[in-house]
Design a protein around this ligand. Structure first.
Ligand SMILES: [Fe+2]
Length: 156
């Protein structure tokens, strides 16, 4: 890996960490009931949505590019937004907040560890930025979901 690619990998890792910090800041003050929230056609249950963010990263970076097996055997059945109709996401046997956060952290750790050893070529960059911008997009969704549901932000 040359110096330029290494710098890019480091910037990418920092971007992923920053996006994750934002995700966690947007949900960490909420009670467990608020993480599920009411069934609405224009919002997702937040507990599902944070797991989906990690699943998307795992699917495209670790599984698709890295050829790794799934971290959770049930992840596709829980978090695949193409396969799981929006209205049914409240009925899934979702892992607890703690389990979901642990899954998210595990995916992040493996991605960052892998970034230190791969050649960050165009295709690898594409899928990492896809995962990063997907999390950013969901951070916007977490923000509007909080607004829709009247979850006030508290200063930290
Ligand atoms: Fe998504």
């Amino acid at each position: 890996m040359d110096a330029h690619a290494k710098g890019s990998a480091s910037e990418l890792a920092q971007g992923l960490v920053d996006a994750r910090a934002r995700t966690l800041a947007l949900i960490s003050d909420l009670a467990d009931e608020q993480l599920m929230g009411p069934r609405l056609p224009i919002a997702n249950p937040l507990l599902w949505e944070i797991g989906h963010v990690a699943w998307f990263q795992e699917k495209w970076v670790l599984r698709h590019r890295g050829k790794a097996g799934p971290i959770r055997e049930d992840a596709d059945a829980l978090y695949d937004s193409i396969a799981i109709a929006h209205d049914t996401r409240w009925d899934l046997p979702l892992p607890s907040r703690e389990e979901t956060l642990a899954y998210m952290q595990k995916v992040m750790n493996r991605i960052i560890e892998r970034l230190g050893s791969i050649d960050l070529d165009r295709e690898e960059s594409y899928f990492h930025y896809l995962a990063l911008f997907h999390e950013d997009m969901h951070d916007e969704a977490f923000t509007y979901t909080r607004q829709i549901l009247g979850y006030r932000f508290r200063p930290v």
